[in-house]
Each structure stands twice: as C-alpha cells, then as structure tokens.
Design a protein around this ligand. Structure first.
Ligand code: COA
Length: 274
C-alpha cells in the first residue's frame, strides 16, 4: 500500500508515516512555532509530548492536535528552568511512549526592553528560560537520546544576535548562547549518535511577535525580507521534520536559518533600495 501524504502546503512532501516509531518531546509546544513543529511531527507518525508552563494551554492544544492528527498527544506542565521538573517530564514521556529520541527546545520568554532600563532580573530571566532551559532539557534527555543511537536535539534559535538588535539584548544574548550549546553538544555527543541542530526562524506570521506588528510596520517588516513576505509556521515545522528525517542523517552542529533571506541583507543595502 502506498503511503498517504500528510497534508497540503509545505508539509505535503512528507509521507504520513515518515516519523513512525519516533518519540519527540517539544518544549514550548503549547503555542506558536513549536506547536506547529509538534503537530507536524505527530502528523508524520511520531508520538509527541508537549511541555510548557501552563497546563490549561497544553490541554487545549493537545486536544486540538489530537483531533487534527488522529494521534494521542501527551502533555506535561513543566518550567524548563527547573531541572527536576524537566527530568520528571522526560521520565513521564518515556513511561508513556517507551523511549525518547527527539527533543525540540522551543520554550522561550521575551519582551521588548531598552538595555538601560532592563533590570538584572529581567536579563537573567530570559537567559534562564531560553539558554539554561535548553541546557537543562538536553542534559536531562542525554541518557534516553543515547540509548536509541538516533537521538536528535533541535534548538530553536533566532537571527537577532547576528547583529545588534535594539530592545533585545537579553534575547540576543540568550540565543547566542543557544547556538553555542548547539555546536558544543554536537561535538561532544556525536559519538553517541546524537545529532544537535538549531533552527533560526525569521519573521513568521501568526506568532506573538508578528501579531504585534500592524499597518505600516508590518509592510516595512515584509519589505526587509528578500522573499517579500513573512514565513509560515508550517515552513519552520517542515525544516524540523527534515532535520528529524534520515535525509538529514549527516547534519549536526548547524543552525538552519529559515528567514526568507532577511539575515543576509547587508546593513548598507538600504542605501541602495528605494
Ligand atoms: N520589560 C522589562 N522588564 C520585564 C518585562 C518587560 N516587558 N517583562 C518582564 N520583565 C522583568 C520583570 O520586571 C522582572 O524583573 P524585576 O524583578 O527586576 O522587576 C523579570 O523580568 C522577571 O519577570 P516575571 O514576569 O516575574 O518573570 P516570569 O518568569 O513570570 O516571566 C516572561 C518571564 C519573559 C515569560 C514574561 O515576561 C512574559 O510573560 N513575557 C511575554 C510572553 C512571552 O515571553 N512569550 C514568549 C515569546 S518568545
């Protein structure tokens, strides 16, 4: 019997059973981009646990995702800043599905704040969630990822820190650290068959950040993207499915930028554009 296609759009190229037998834990999977990744994994046949701070958000997302994919979506409320809670979420996922081979580190916190007005606690909070949370989850998942010999960690990064980004010193510092974690773990854990990669999304429609942009600000933001549009959550999810697939078996230690080319526009380019 030929495999059925998953859905239309960017995910249509993937077969419905592409990730059958895989078990993925997705932090930040209750909303936004990581919800899209979790749903794409499930739609491709993976067992999925979504993790986030708010149980009621996770419960609703899990129910909707179940209805959309026909799969049992597991969820565990957990703050990635708490290593013991993270270890418990991983143990619960393994108890539920038997093993764990994939972790997506997407839990993040952010807000706009000028550096001169940002408190030490504000800076530390975002670094704690984005960077320390990424390490906490990777560290707690290590034994499980090693066991199966096909472990994968996907760290959700950003493009903020490729230059200086106003009002984002905390998130930029955190994501620069996340990229360092990606490279270091790839080097240390490659010997255990664990691949470690990042995805750096550009401006993605239907996310909290982009929803805040309206009118001329949105038009200006679109004009800054060589492809002339915002990306779709499913386009980030497609990158994650690709990285999980055997097509990416030799890819580790890299961060895949999915931003319509926005981050490679030279700073001086605006002088040549109308
Ligand atoms: N501007 C400046 N500082 C801010 C801030 C803002 N908009 N929001 C939070 N902070 C500071 C707080 O003032 C506090 O520092 P202080 O103790 O010196 O006053 C520190 O950050 C911690 O904030 P708090 O809200 O207590 O932490 P939390 O752990 O409950 O939540 C966030 C942290 C980042 C998740 C929270 O600010 C938030 O909900 N942000 C928006 C939602 C979000 O991040 N979504 C994900 C987008 S990727």
């Amino acid at each position: 019997m030929s495999a059925t296609k998953v859905r239309t759009g960017p995910l249509a190229v993937f077969e419905a059973n592409l990730l059958a037998g895989h078990v993925a834990l997705v932090t930040g999977g209750g909303t936004g981009i990581c919800r899209g990744i979790a749903q794409a994994f499930a739609a491709c046949g993976a067992d999925v646990c979504i993790v986030g701070r708010k149980g009621e958000v996770l419960a609703q997302t899990a129910a909707e995702m179940s209805a959309a994919t026909g799969r049992d979506i597991f969820f565990v409320p957990c703050d990635v800043r708490q290593p013991d809670a993270v270890a418990d979420a991983i143990a619960q996922t393994i108890a539920k599905f038997g093993h764990l081979d994939t972790v997506v580190n997407g839990a993040a916190g952010n807000f706009l704040a000028p550096a001169a007005a940002l408190s030490a606690n504000g800076f530390r909070t975002v670094v704690d969630i984005d960077l320390c949370g990424t390490f906490n989850v990777a560290r707690a998942a290590f034994e499980a990822l090693r066991l199966g010999g096909r472990g994968l960690i996907i760290n959700i990064s950003a493009t903020l820190h490729y230059g200086g980004t106003p009002l984002q010193i905390h998130a930029s510092a955190a994501k620069a650290g996340v990229d360092a974690v990606t490279r270091n773990l790839a080097v240390e854990w490659g010997q255990f068959g664990i691949r470690v990669n990042g995805i750096a999304p550009g401006p993605i429609a239907e996310t909290e950040g982009m929803r805040r942009l309206a009118g001329s600000a949105a038009d200006k933001a679109k004009a800054s993207v060589p492809l002339g549009r915002f990306g779709a959550i499913e386009e980030i999810a497609a990158a994650a499915v690709f990285l999980r697939s055997s097509a990416a078996a030799y890819i580790t230690g890299t961060t895949l930028v999915v931003d319509g080319g926005q981050s490679v526009v030279a700073a001086a380019a605006h002088m040549m554009m109308t």
